[in-house]
Design a binder for this molecule. Structure first.
Ligand code: ADP
Ligand code: MG
Length: 373
């Protein structure tokens, strides 16, 4: 429970920082347009805060879209939930409970997301593995037990390597059977467990953004706890892109006045960050966070944060986790091969990024020219 509260606070701080960015505009900066900027936040899905900022002609219009967005996030977060069951719904938890027993009939949204995730997990050579649930569950237990111990030196305890290795016994991705025709998902071995935490939230954010755009809402951003999707430029009559703050991993996450590491200017792109600063506990001076390197079975410690800019927030979410556990050269080569932009923050504070990102970055001198200011 404490962990949830802390996480919400962190996410709230991020959301507020985002809202406060000059790049996100404000009502006072919209003199010659019929559109007004509105915002809404909700806190009851994906264990995070979801913020919508958008421009519409009337408040009613915005509220209609905001309700639809909220309802869709509720549906998707229930479907992708691995902790709780909901009456009348087969979700990720139902699939896990039926591991080694029987295939589970699921909604299209689950089939789509799992097919997407499985395909990318295969391409990642096992660095991201949605079938690694049993290992992640071990870490999750320790994380929950020491939630809130974020001071240094922390009193937290680590799982033993034996405990972690034992948990790898049933983590074979090829035994996740997705049957499109039957509309079912089956985990072939007892003891298997899906964990879609690396991809589901970003995937859902893209689904919701695409659907509401189709429904007529243009000019908005949806920020789902570190996963931001942007659609069309802000209709303020001034700017041609949205300014999205990249959280500074070295700043206090509970300090709403903390400045961003940089601001990336985008439209019709997503900006997704994975970091070690939101979900963690301290063991002595060691920060134990939630992104696990399958090779060591330990939290990946190459970077403080990793940001991906791409046109699909499902892919952005996947890749932000994936590159977080890859070494720099390999990760950079992968980003370049896929044509996505990436920004790495190293533990010593060094920041590097792909060449294509520079024109979008405010504080590194690129964005000013790009947006003509
Ligand atoms: P967040 O959910 O905080 O935005 P990420 O997108 O990076 O962060 O996802 C982290 C989550 O992904 C973890 O909480 C865990 O559920 C899951 N996870 C961590 N490491 C891996 C991994 N190597 N492969 C698959 N899933 C992972
Ligand atoms: Mg991710």
């Amino acid at each position: 429970m404490k962990r949830h509260r802390l996480r919400r606070l962190c996410c709230l701080a991020l959301a507020l920082a985002l809202a406060a960015l000059p790049g996100c505009g404000g009502r006072e900066s919209v003199p010659q347009t019929e559109y007004t900027r509105y915002t809404v936040q909700f806190y009851d899905t994906f264990d995070t805060v979801i913020q919508v900022i958008g421009y519409t002609e009337t408040q009613e219009e915005f509220e209609g879209y905001a309700d639809a967005i909220h309802n869709r996030f509720i549906e998707l977060s229930r479907l992708y939930d691995r902790f709780y069951e909901y009456t009348g719904i087969n979700n990720i938890r139902t699939i896990n409970l039926n591991a080694g027993i029987q295939p589970v009939e699921v909604e299209e949204e689950i089939l789509d997301m799992l097919e997407f995730a499985k395909e990318w997990c295969e391409k990642s050579d096992g660095r991201v593995n949605i079938a690694m649930g049993p290992v992640l569950e071990v870490w999750h237990g320790y994380m929950a037990a020491y939630a809130g111990t974020t001071v240094e030196p922390g009193p937290g305890v680590l799982p033993t390597q034996e405990e972690l290795e034992a948990a790898t016994a049933h983590t074979d991705l090829s035994k996740v059977i997705i049957d499109r025709e039957a509309g079912t998902v089956f985990l072939e071995e007892e003891g298997m467990m899906l964990d879609v935490g690396a991809v589901a939230k970003g995937y859902a954010a893209q689904v919701v953004a695409d659907e509401i755009y189709e429904a007529g809402f243009h000019s908005f951003i949806i920020s789902a706890g570190g996963n931001v999707v942007t659609k069309d430029p802000p209709l303020d009559g001034i700017r041609d892109s949205w300014g999205i703050g990249i959280q500074d991993p070295f700043a206090d996450p509970n300090d709403p006045s903390a400045t961003s590491l940089d601001v990336v200017f985008v439209e019709n792109l997503s900006v997704v960050t994975s970091g070690d600063y939101q979900r963690f506990y301290m063991v002595g001076d060691r920060r134990i966070h939630h992104i696990i390197d399958p090779e060591t079975l330990q939290p990946a410690d190459r970077y403080r944060s990793l940001t991906i800019v791409t046109d699909d927030s499902g892919l952005g979410d996947f890749l932000s986790t994936c590159l977080f556990v890859m070494d720099y050269e390999e990760g950079r080569a992968l980003a370049e091969e896929l044509g996505v932009e990436a920004l790495w923050v190293f533990p010593d504070g060094e920041v590097t990024y792909t060449d294509g990102l520079l024109p979008m970055l405010r504080d590194r001198g690129g964005a000013t020219a790009a947006i003509g200011q």
